[in-house]
Design a protein around this ligand. Structure first.
Ligand code: HEC
Length: 104
């Protein structure tokens, strides 16, 4: 999606929308994998803070879940200005959580 917004790939409205919808669905599903203890026994970048500050981790998920539907809505319009803004906001929601909860 980012490559389409930057013009590195031709913008394809349907393709972009499909991916925005996947991302929105994923934003609601991915977190069930973060069960306590799932950071043991296999390499992970998940920081222990995930389980020490569950409320904050949850807030970061909710922030993403607020932004991804906006990206879907923008993708439906096909208006690149709206898409750029929405994708930027989604990106910030990703980075905010990675800064606090994902090891470098
Ligand atoms: C609520 C917190 C949170 C949000 C929001 C979040 N992530 Fe993550 N992400 C993580 C954590 C924690 C890991 C590390 C997981 C692990 O190593 O087990 C991770 C790992 C990843 C990885 C794997 C990177 C690697 O080095 O292995 C990718 C890619 C990724 N996230 C993309 C995204 C994108 C794209 C978004 C936004 C659409 C996003 N993430 C939003 C917490 C989040």
């Amino acid at each position: 999606m980012s490559a389409m917004v930057k013009g590195e790939r031709p913008y394809d409205k349907d393709e972009f929308l499909k991916r925005a919808i996947y991302l929105d669905e994923l934003a609601h599903m991915a977190w069930e994998g973060f069960i306590p203890g799932s950071d043991q026994g296999a390499p992970t970048k998940a920081k222990p803070e995930i389980w020490k500050e569950p409320a904050k981790f949850k807030q970061n998920q909710e922030k993403l879940q607020v932004e991804t539907p906006k990206l879907v809505a923008a993708a439906k319009t096909g208006d690149m200005n709206q898409i750029k803004t929405a994708l930027g906001d989604v990106g910030k929601a990703c980075t905010n959580c990675h800064d606090d909860f994902r090891a470098k």
